[in-house]
Design a binder for this molecule. Structure first.
Ligand SMILES: C[S@@+](CC[C@H](N)C(=O)[O-])C[C@H]1O[C@@H](n2cnc3c(N)ncnc32)[C@H](O)[C@@H]1O
Length: 304
């Protein structure tokens, strides 16, 4: 009896040495990305239509950015806290801002000095003292083909990026000057696309065939800097080249082909449905019916 009272006295109880985890905490510890089974399931939809968000001044200035929410979702799916994320075509830094928000390290390359400066400004505004001290964020104003100068092999867990779509933007801008009601290209009617630069290294100034060759090269370099088991995720659109009478250019599947040639395993495909953000326009009426291209494709590769 005396013994029982002795142990009931809280002051002399030892702190429990074993920390008992809840089921969710245990799941988070076991999963490669730190997600519980419930979070994992909720992030496994393959059609996304809930990413629309108001654009800030930096996003409007660039004109062809993806939402931070999109990068955040991909980062949560394919990496865990303290992993390193890379964006070869950083733009104004949506991927980096998302990485800051989720406690990942991040490095990005961007050719255009104007966008690089904006990215730095946005990142500074978004950073907090905690992330400044604990995480590395690097924005490099250079051609992504030089990425091996900045990143060592097998360091990156996840790449999230959206490249220019060859010289399609130039064609689109040019065509829009002369748009008429049945123009096929008018499908981009409420976007604010503009040419990124007239720099010869800008992927947005390359004809499609040359562009695919260069994308394959980037994917090879990207493969080398990625850790085994890591991912590379590309947000792209298919499009039409009406000037050259090509009704459909399946960029997402061409990308999958060059990705495989570069050594990657084609891992997944997500449809980003943007129907809600774009008006339907009449294409080819009355002789040939074309659909409105109102979705993007999120092509995921994995280094196995
Ligand atoms: C579709 S935008 C990316 C936007 C970015 N996802 C964002 O949300 O800010 C493509 C970017 O690639 C950049 N770019 C084009 N050629 C490049 C190259 N060779 N190396 C690095 N960046 C390049 C362009 O200047 C442009 O900002």
């Amino acid at each position: 009896m005396e013994n029982a009272n002795f142990f009931l006295n809280k002051d002399i109880l030892c702190e429990a040495e074993v920390k008992y985890l809840t089921k969710e905490e245990d799941q988070r510890q076991r999963s490669f990305n730190g997600l519980s089974a419930k979070e994992w399931a909720s992030l496994s939809k393959n059609v996304w239509n809930d990413l629309s968000s108001p654009r800030n001044k930096y996003q409007i200035e660039h004109g062809a950015v993806f939402p931070v929410k999109l990068a955040e979702r991909l980062i949560r799916m394919y990496s865990r806290e303290e992993d390193a994320v890379y964006d070869p075509f950083l733009g104004i830094g949506s991927t980096l801002v998302a990485a800051q928000n989720l406690q990942r390290h991040c490095i990005g390359t961007e050719l255009n000095p104007r966008f690089t400066k904006i990215a730095q400004k946005w990142a500074n505004e978004n950073s907090n003292l905690f992330s400044q001290n604990k995480f590395h964020y690097k924005i490099i104003n250079d051609d992504c083909r030089n990425l091996s100068k900045y990143i060592r092999e097998n360091k990156i867990q996840l790449t999230v990026t959206s490249p220019p779509y060859a010289d399609f933007i130039q064609k689109s801008v040019e065509d829009r000057k002369n748009t008429h009601k049945t123009s096929l290209i008018k499908h981009q009617n409420n976007s604010t696309v503009k040419q990124y630069s007239d720099h010869s290294d800008d992927f947005g100034n390359l004809p499609y065939n040359k562009f695919l060759i260069e994308i394959e090269e980037i994917l090879k370099l990207n493969y080398n800097v990625t850790k085994k088991g890591g991912y590379s995720v590309w947000v792209v659109k298919d499009y039409r080249d009406t000037k050259n009478k090509i009704p459909y250019i399946p960029f997402h599947s061409d990308l999958a082909q060059v990705g495989k040639k570069a050594g990657w395993k084609y891992h997944d495909l997500i449809i980003w449905d943007q129907t809600g953000q774009r008006k339907l326009v009449l294409l080819g009426y009355p002789s040939v019916l074309y659909t409105n291209q109102n979705c993007s494709f999120i092509v995921t590769f994995r280094k196995t």
